[in-house]
Design a protein around this ligand. Sequence first.
Ligand SMILES: [Zn+2]
Length: 536
Amino acid sequence: MHVAIYARHSTDKQETSTQDQIRRCREYCSVKGYQVADVFFDEGISGSHIANRPGIGALLVAALNGRFEGVVAEDLSRISRDQADTANFFKKMMFLGLPVETVTDGVINELHIGLKSTMNALYLKDLSDKTHRGVIAAVLRGGVPGGQLYGYDLVHALDEFGEPIRGKRKINEEQAEIIREIFEYYAEGRKLKHICDDLNRRGIDSPKGGKWAPSSLVGSFVRQTGMLRQTLYNGVVTFNKMQYRKHPENGKRLSIMRPEKEWITVPIPELTIIDDETFTKVQKALDERSSKHLQRKMIPTVMTEEEKRETSIRRSKEWRRKQAVTKKRANAVFGGKLYCGEHNQKITATYAKHYSCPVKGCANRNLHYDEIIKLVLNAIAELDEAKIIEHFESEEIQQVRAHHAREIERLNQHLEDLRASINKVIDALGPDARSTEIRAFFDDKAEQIQRTKLDIAHHKRDLADCATPKKLQNIVQQHQRLVTRLSLWSRDPEAVAPIRQTIKRLTITTSGDRTGNVTCCADFDVQGITSLGELR
Ligand SMILES: [Zn+2]
């Protein structure tokens, strides 16, 4: 085996000189039967900060060029006095497939370094391509390809030949703290929206300035983008993901994703922000959440149209019911739904059991709860089958239905166009095109198709929601039962919640004449009413 010897001597008098170290290493090699291919050393340089040592930098470059098959040093402390720094060097050598041996400890393994097995994700890819070799060399010395990345600052540094290292970065501690927080919260199972809301509330700028959005955190599943998937946060650079080519017909630049096995990952442990455990946990959660998402999208394909409609109706009703239950308990069944017939303003609670229109001098002032509840219950008790049918056959609902039907038609046409455009491109690429590229292009279009399908599903659900419900009689009976409960106890929470869903608006009018007659007119919520059929 051909090995390289590394030696380092600081100005510290107690250390052995580089010449002594090299001699001891040579003896070790001859005992082991190794041939010394090269010797690298740093003289008068302290044991920390590998980045500033030209000798070890040159060793990295030579290692990359395959000049030797292993590294020998007198002791681990010669590589660095800093534990993390030593671990960095070790990870890079493992990545290159080069064992590290020391005279004191022999072959070094993860245990000597204090690493739990973290190397399994990394292995050296075929480096026959020269263009990659250059990038990998730069990466191993701390240069990251690509533009600005949240969590890091670009620094200007020179390599051992006095050349600037492109893309050299250091951790921006303030931003790193935010990243750690995001990963931890996500790993705990918090919703992306909550994480973003929290950051926005605290006035923390997003990577692009402005507000945080869930999409910037998860990115695209197909393209494996987004902050939570950024491997550099775990100390690994991933590149060679995308390939660019011109569209054969319109000359537009297409970005095509390479298959995962062509991606190149290089360890750059000094830029680690997220520890392995948290990072792995987050990746698992991402996969789980997105596969659930995919599954949800897949299910309707094996159901009949009828079943699909039923499921979507049930789902939206469940959602609405949950909304009604989890929202903070409404005191009055009419809370927030009361309007002044004259001023079209909300009538709100003013003091103990009294409600008023905000307009001064309005007749709808100082209305007592007992008075209002009587009127409200009378008004909502008027709901019958005829009223429901009238609602669903109203001009307004007809128009909504027509709108959804038109949208579904338009989106279906769009879907067809998308499919046609894919076929066109496949024809244009011809039989010589590599299948992986076509697949990547497919993935891209597949997202658009999925989105369109989802839009269609939404419209279909809305359309189903505004169809006249089937069990009108059940609905009316259920409604009457609930109204009866309210007449016995007007704050019965089990009746208040479902009844509130059926009310859109209650308009109170006080006649201007001497009688001062107060009347109430109920507008029912078309969608809310249908959910009553599901209750028992
Ligand atoms: Zn008023």
